[in-house]
Design a binder for this molecule. Structure first.
Ligand SMILES: C[S@@+](CC[C@H](N)C(=O)[O-])C[C@H]1O[C@@H](n2cnc3c(N)ncnc32)[C@H](O)[C@@H]1O
Length: 218
């Protein structure tokens, strides 16, 4: 069986085998191969040819190519609307994720699931999902290769709202394994950013928020 890091394993945990998956930005193809070995039908896309070639080799070595369609292109553009009902995007920034999500309005359909693991700026991802009417149904904090991540499972409800700054910082991680590690990592990153705010009107409010984050029970 294809081995996965904790991030991609958590992504797989949110997927159901009876619905087709799109692995967007598949790169090495490890998640694609793992899912296909477990009976999932997978459309794997990448914007670059080289990673797509690597993914093809990974799937050939894993003997699961018949369940995989590899497609070159930006985000979900190589798919027709609703061709996959579960969309995984991992290892890219929230900006790239929103570019992909906003370019595929058919994701705003009940029953379509987004499984997202950003490489950076998790609070921005949580905020953008809420503003776009996607409910964050669940989250799994993970540590992989010594770095903290969270995998978000989101579905469209159409209920768009501006979430609190506190929610953006911790999301739905409370009570989960690695929630404290993720909280402390988020606090460290925030502290670094605050140095750039020195002397601005937002500075005091941001320090208060950081104090809240450092002390909140998760
Ligand atoms: C760091 S790799 C992540 C690979 C894998 N998803 C993971 O998390 O381990 C990012 C991949 O996303 C691809 N990528 C970046 N922007 C993309 C886009 N707009 N559409 C499709 N693929 C994209 C890159 O070519 C690269 O192969």
């Amino acid at each position: 069986m294809q081995r996965l890091d904790a991030r991609l394993m958590a992504c797989a945990g949110y997927l159901q085998p009876d619905k087709r998956v799109a692995d967007v930005g598949c790169d090495h193809g490890k998640l694609t191969a793992y899912l296909a070995q477990n009976g999932f039908s997978v459309i794997a896309t990448d914007i670059n040819q080289k990673p797509l070639d690597t993914a093809r080799k990974t799937c050939q070595s894993a003997n699961c190519s018949e369940l995989v369609s590899l497609r070159l292109g930006d985000g979900l553009s190589p798919l027709s609307p609703m061709e996959a009902q579960q969309i995984v995007i991992a290892g890219v920034s929230p900006d790239t994720m929103f570019h992909i999500i906003d370019s595929a309005p058919w994701l705003q359909t009940q029953g379509v699931r987004l499984v997202l693991c950003p490489a950076t700026r998790l609070p921005q991802l949580r905020k953008g999902l809420c503003l776009r009417g996607f409910e964050i149904v669940d989250e799994t904090p993970v540590v992989a290769a010594g770095r903290c991540y969270s995998v978000l499972c989101a579905e469209y409800t159409g209920n768009s709202f501006e979430p609190s700054e506190q929610f953006c910082l911790i999301g739905k991680t409370a009570g989960k394994p690695f929630a404290k590690e993720l909280r402390d990592d988020t606090a460290r990153k925030m502290q670094k950013q605050l140095r750039g705010l020195q002397g601005t009107a937002q500075e005091q409010q941001a320090w208060q928020l950081l104090e809240w984050l450092k002390n909140v029970q998760v």
